[in-house]
Design a protein around this ligand. Sequence first.
Ligand code: ADP
Ligand code: MG
Length: 213
Amino acid sequence: MLIQAINLTHSYDYTLFKNISFSLDSSETLAIVGVSGSGKSTLMHNLATFLKPQIGEVKLFGSSVYELSEKELNRLRRYKVGIVFQSHYLFKGLSANENIDISAILSKQIIDKNLLERLGISELMEQKVTHLSGGQQQRVSIARMLSKKPKIIFADEPTGNLDAKTASEVMDVLFEYVKKESAALILVTHDRVLADRCDIVYELKNQTLEKLV
Ligand code: ADP
Ligand code: MG
């Protein structure tokens, strides 16, 4: 079991979700759909170790995230967890190339040129990320994330800025990566066609995950 969510509950002004439980094995993909404001991003922050749920527990690779030391948690984030969230968190002053390099160096991996080719960004590696379009930045952040060879990928609307054809090609890359590396993918999307390419599809609705597929 790569990831296990146990009774997750989180509220802000109102309860977003309660008692959410699920698990995911290696090579499995899971999609979460749901209307804006339903709490999808909050749930992703819970799952990806960035936000402790008010109730419940997340286990990654069999260990409770909250029982790890700071050092173990950092190691997990650096080597094993890949994140692409809505805001890209690219280093703004740097080029696309430098952004990807940093990630590869930190995780002691080598950049796969073929990956850049497949994502359609190999021609723009020297440009500052601030000069790239939203869709290009999105693909750079996906390349950066994959360059560290993560075992679990959390992707929150990773193709939201892309046209349908490019989105589909980018998702091909992600799905192939998951199978090849026996990783796992949790994908938040509002695109039901994209969601249906995952093994399991949930809708975050009525404060819980309802199984669609
Ligand atoms: P989704 O990703 O499904 O659109 P979010 O998880 O981003 O939903 O947000 C769900 C609700 O929680 C929204 O109403 C949002 O305003 C609220 N919310 C999200 N983050 C915070 C926060 N840090 N503090 C207060 N309210 C928040
Ligand atoms: Mg969101």
